[in-house]
Unconditional design. Structure first.
Length: 278
């Protein structure tokens, strides 16, 4: 059986207690993802060192830190994108909705529908706009109205008004910012719980980047968003909580974004944020 036609093994609903929403105070949000003592190696090189962290529902969580400190590695562990890197070895737990995503009975393809990912460089398929968004739906054997879902996803990605009359044109003909929103629509279509974003605006001009930032705020009404960014102003602007990774793949401080940027506990974090290194 191929990965794509196997039935979803990952739990697809998250047990939440009280009605959680973006309006809930930060300390009242439910845990969606929890890592415990996560260690990741590429061959002999350790990229993450004992990372234990909870991600909360409807949060925008920013992962910041200097180059090579393991932010992208951490992000890719959450939906098992690191499985595709042969030399990569993961130890420890990554729980999503209470289930360890590294358990043998978890289907990584089903997991990636629940935890979508958007990369730094927009990477639409060389297909029509419609087919780009419908791609995941077709793989999962979606039984609803595909065109309706494509429209909903493009609306949720703030792209519908710009492309509704050209759904059969190639996704590659769009501008960089539009291509990135198309990739966001593609991630949204299978109805995920979590959207991972790895520096989603760093390849875009400031206007296109600002549109994506606004969109992230809207997306958090519906989804949980985890974003890697090198741009500290961006982290401060758009995130609820910020995790600071430093050299050696260690999570050094994780707190409400305001606390991290205004009054961090760790001198090293203050030094990093104020530009003393990094
Ligand atoms: N595919 C890979 N094969 C081997 N080593 C890797 C691979 N990907 C990452 N690494 C190493 O793991 C460490 C962490 O890299 P990672 O890309 O996770 O850091 P990062 O904080 O996201 O960096 P950046 O901000 O530059 O994107 C680095 O030393 C990097 O060289």
């Amino acid at each position: 059986m191929s990965e794509s036609d196997s039935s979803p093994k990952i739990q697809t609903t998250i047990e939440t207690g009280d009605e959680a929403s973006r309006d809930a105070p930060l300390d009242a949000r439910d845990t969606v993802i929890e890592t415990r003592d996560l260690n990741v190696y590429y061959g002999d090189e350790q990229a993450l060192d004992g990372v234990s962290m909870e991600i909360f529902e409807h949060d925008v969580t920013a992962l910041i830190g200097p180059s090579g400190c393991g932010k992208s590695t951490f992000l890719r562990c959450i939906n098992r994108m690191n499985d595709m890197i042969e030399v990569c070895r993961v130890e420890g737990d990554v729980e999503f909705g209470g289930k360890n995503v590294y358990d043998d009975d978890v289907d990584p393809v089903a997991l990636r529908r629940k935890i979508g990912i958007v990369f730094q460089k927009p990477n639409p398929f060389p297909k029509s706009i419609r087919d780009n968004v419908a791609y995941g739906l077709k793989i999962q054997g979606y039984e609803g109205d595909v065109d309706e879902r494509v429209e909903e996803s493009l609306k949720a990605a703030a792209l519908w008004d710009e492309v509704k009359d050209q759904l059969d044109s190639s996704g590659l003909d769009l501008s960089g910012g539009q291509q990135q929103r198309l990739c966001i629509a593609r991630a949204i279509a299978p109805d995920p719980e979590v959207i991972l974003m790895d520096e989603p605006t760093s390849a875009l001009d400031p206007v296109a980047a600002s549109k994506i930032e606004d969109l992230i705020d809207d997306l958090a009404e519906e989804y949980t968003v985890i974003i890697v960014t090198h741009n500290m102003q961006q982290a401060a602007r758009i995130s609820d909580r910020t995790a600071v990774f430093l050299t050696g793949g260690r999570l050094v401080e994780y707190d409400d974004t305001t606390k991290i940027f205004e009054d961090p506990e760790e001198q090293r974090v203050e030094d990093y944020i104020t530009g003393k290194f990094g």
